[in-house]
Design a protein. Structure first.
Length: 249
């Protein structure tokens, strides 16, 4: 729960602070890039594993050292992906499984994510009993800046100050740039109203992050991204340094 970022939001390096602060997130969820993957005709399949020192998602601390696999397929802008995270240094670290269906065209993206955090039965979907959380998101990538809005619309959502469903929402801006032969990305995320999901009692900025990434290409086929970054949650007063190592093809 989710890219920087749904940034889980988290080893060595710096492309997942957004994925983590936005996970590489819970990721926060974006269509699978055509530049990576095993191309089977018009279909592109992507697999990868990331190893991170902390899982920070949208400013929330979801665990220490974690292993985060991903698997997905993309066809003509339509993508279906699964992403997971398993922490193995503390019993309370997050164990997460996400499924994301999205469509992207000309910079515009719309999609749905099913989050499950390993509690209760995966196959329990009844209202009031399910531990799944369903989120919709919509965004646009201007190239120099991307903007995405996320809202939980069903499932085990957080509560507002009146103890009613909060329809927990998150708005994030990301700005990529290149400097000193590294790929950089800055991010800012807000929770616009009170929700126990992000731990804020009113409008709050829950995530400000900066990450740098170096992608090592092996035999023109395998990607080995190393990422390092800083992220803070101004609302909670927490500050984190994140790093990780990935393997993608």
């Amino acid at each position: 729960m989710k890219a920087i970022s749904k940034v889980g939001s988290i080893a060595i390096g710096l492309v997942t602070i957004l994925s983590v602060s936005t996970p590489i997130s819970a990721q926060d969820t974006t269509p699978l890039p055509e530049s990576e993957g095993l191309k089977l005709g018009p279909v592109t399949a992507t697999i990868g594993i990331d190893f991170v020192n902390q899982y920070i998602w949208r400013g929330q601390d979801l665990g220490n050292v974690s292993l985060q696999p991903t698997l997905g397929v993309e066809w003509k802008g339509l993508s279906l992906a699964t992403w997971g995270s398993v922490g193995f240094t503390r019993a309370e670290d997050t164990k997460e499984l996400d499924l994301t269906l999205s469509y992207s065209t000309k910079g515009f993206t719309i999609g749905l994510t099913d989050y499950w955090f390993g509690k209760g039965s995966y196959f329990q979907y009844k209202s009031g009993k399910t531990t799944h959380i369903w989120e919709g998101f919509i965004g646009y990538d201007f190239g120099f800046l991307s903007a995405t809005w996320y809202t939980n619309f069903a499932g085990d959502d957080g509560l507002n100050n009146s103890l009613n469903r909060a329809y927990s929402s998150y708005f994030e801006l990301k700005a990529p740039f290149r400097l000193a032969k590294l790929e950089w990305e800055g991010s800012v995320g807000i929770s616009p109203w009170a929700t126990t999901t992000y731990g804020n009692g009113c409008f709050a900025c829950t995530n400000v992050g900066l990450k740098a990434t170096k992608d090592f290409l092996i035999k023109q086929k395998y990607h080995l991204p190393v990422f390092v970054g800083l992220t803070t949650n101004p609302d909670s007063g927490k500050f984190y340094m994140l790093c990780g190592l990935g393997f993608h093809l």
